[in-house]
Design a protein around this ligand. Sequence first.
Ligand SMILES: Cc1cc2nc3c(=O)[nH]c(=O)nc-3n(C[C@H](O)[C@H](O)[C@H](O)COP(=O)(O)OP(=O)(O)OC[C@H]3O[C@@H](n4cnc5c(N)ncnc54)[C@H](O)[C@@H]3O)c2cc1C
Ligand SMILES: NC(=O)c1ccc[n+]([C@@H]2O[C@H](COP(=O)([O-])OP(=O)(O)OC[C@H]3O[C@@H](n4cnc5c(N)ncnc54)[C@H](OP(=O)(O)O)[C@@H]3O)[C@@H](O)[C@H]2O)c1
Ligand SMILES: Cc1cc2nc3c(=O)[nH]c(=O)nc-3n(C[C@H](O)[C@H](O)[C@H](O)COP(=O)(O)O)c2cc1C
Length: 596
Amino acid sequence: MLVSSLNSLQLHETFLKNSPMKTENNAQNVPFNPAQQAWLSGFFAGMHTQMLQSAGSSDNANARLIHILYGTQTGNSESVAHDAANMAKAHGLNPSVLSLDEISKDSFVKAEYVTLITSTYGEGEMPDNAQMLWDEISADDSIDLSAMNYSILALGDTSYDLFCKAGIDWDERLEKLGAKRLVDRVDCDVDFDEAAEAWMSSVIPLMAEGAATVTIDTSADTSAVKYNRKNPFPATLTANRLLTSADSSKETRHYEISIAGSELNYEAGDALNVIPTNCPDLVADILKAIGCTGTEDEPVNGELMPLTEALRTHFEIKLPSKELLAAIADHSGDKELNSALDDKEALTNYLWGRDTLDLLLQFPSIQFSAAEFIALLKPLQHRAYSISSSGKANPESVHLTVASVRYSSHDRDHKGVCSTYLADLVDDSTAVRCFFSPNKVFRVPENNDLPMIMVGPGTGIAPFRAFLQEREFRQAKGLNWLFFGDRNAATDYIYQDEMTAMQESGLLNRLDLAFSRDQEEKIYVQDRMREQGAELFAQLEQGGYFFVCGDAYRMAKDVDKALHDVIATHGKFSEEQAAEYVNQMKKDKRYVRDVY
Ligand SMILES: Cc1cc2nc3c(=O)[nH]c(=O)nc-3n(C[C@H](O)[C@H](O)[C@H](O)COP(=O)(O)OP(=O)(O)OC[C@H]3O[C@@H](n4cnc5c(N)ncnc54)[C@H](O)[C@@H]3O)c2cc1C
Ligand SMILES: NC(=O)c1ccc[n+]([C@@H]2O[C@H](COP(=O)([O-])OP(=O)(O)OC[C@H]3O[C@@H](n4cnc5c(N)ncnc54)[C@H](OP(=O)(O)O)[C@@H]3O)[C@@H](O)[C@H]2O)c1
Ligand SMILES: Cc1cc2nc3c(=O)[nH]c(=O)nc-3n(C[C@H](O)[C@H](O)[C@H](O)COP(=O)(O)O)c2cc1C
């Protein structure tokens, strides 16, 4: 085959001969720097391997095709999809693993064997890469799926009201359109491994029933990553720097985490997941409150360990689980808590600023044995952080921009688990357990000439620092325009030196700032967008990409509204036409968000 007869070095050389990057570099007589060289070699080695892998997988072509589709925001569903693909191969099937935005509506409708794994995001919403197909499938009642056999695995988190809503919606829709459910949907909480394994063990053999037996390539699906949630990389923290001023009303920090020796690489736009450990002082206070010593041995994941250790490393001890709340409500008979349990808004208000320890201190007469207590806790989860460096410019180091969660309520100081683990508990001898989540759509445009408009207030600036580093690395000529905002210019203008230097070098072409608390009336990034509406619309008309990162619940919604308004006003469109324009941008992946 032509492709496999070329080795990665030949591909590399062929690319360098034809590369626009080379031309630009030659024109300016600037050679590739060592990091660029290393990236190019890695890129071509990867490309070569991928080509060989796809050539090898054709052995399965005569086996029954099953589509393993996933909708994901942070990679959990994708990793389950790859596990399911390995099991499918072992059953003589030919699995095709695709994200829900990699399959067209037509191909989806024709698919005969479908396993669909999806998480839920926002408030009961589809993950971004499932939204488009969902819109198409949910809008068209004429679709006939009677030839489809399917099963759904829904990933979610019981602490959200609309638990596993995206998976439930898909399940109901496919059934309504005539598809045959082979195995009942399984809804998984944050500790989804066992449930996912059980689900695939029941659905995959059923999908293989009656299929012709063929000789197949059962090698493991190598697109699954080496380090993941179950096998995190033990990284080292090499920098921890305060970005906000000491007298700021908030604390935002810059971290650098070394991934040297991991052979991992990442792209600007990806997230790093950090698995924290709980604060020892909080563990001690909780032990005291429940009347345990901490030396009690308890089984955790099939292993006996002292309660102190279990609370430190295995359980979420800050945010109370629904089960713990119910147990406390039951034991205490407290009227306010009992009535809040049936009322979403009342419960949100009740829990605002209250953590597990507050509840235990509020009802001191309730005592739990060690076993009773941990049975009411959820597993300690990793926290995701949008990476603020480019993996090409910094191949061995990952930068994060993290706001430390610290607040006082109920007469105590409270700390966010992971943000303050990084800030206070990690030193250079600590193994920071982490793994990447690729975000395949949140990427610097391939075309280096297209405009990039980035809206990232607060910690939302993180991926845009990475995007700017990436554009510089590529020597891209397209316009770079950043909307940034925070509370006060004097104390919260994070990365100010870098932004100023990027402006001076001509990398950052436009910077619009919105400091909300420097005047009486709040000024937000969306106000700046409206002020610059004519120019913003002109850049979108040039094929510009529009990126948003940061708070999902208020900022991203208001920015979305402002985008619609700008397009309607300056494109002279009706509301509906503006909505269509925005939808088309989403379809073209020119309007993408990384919001949390
Ligand atoms: C894809 C993604 C990317 C992200 N990127 C970033 C990033 O780049 N930078 C970043 O800083 N964060 C980012 N986050 C958020 C991050 O994952 C954590 O949620 C955040 O750091 C808080 O985690 P924690 O463990 O410190 O706090 P937790 O222990 O999880 O505590 C947070 C909880 O504390 C309570 N709380 C917080 N503040 C107050 C208050 N003032 N008063 C009362 N109660 C309060 C709320 O109940 C809140 O849910 C991202 C999230 C996602 C999903
Ligand atoms: N869902 C989540 O878990 C989540 C989401 C976002 C942030 N956080 C956490 O909150 C902490 C601080 O986050 P941060 O630094 O990113 O941001 P932030 O401090 O919450 O806000 C950054 C800027 O955005 C402004 N802002 C507030 N409402 C807005 C709106 N509707 N539209 C546009 N701008 C708006 C703020 O103004 P004012 O404050 O003056 O109004 C401030 O100037 C962190 O701990 C972070 O992890 C959590
Ligand atoms: C910002 C945010 C919103 C979420 N909203 C929901 C929700 O409404 N319902 C739910 O069941 N799970 C919700 N989840 C939990 C995710 O679905 C869960 O963590 C899942 O394992 C993520 O899988 P993924 O990595 O494939 O996206 C939310 C998680 C985050 C970070």
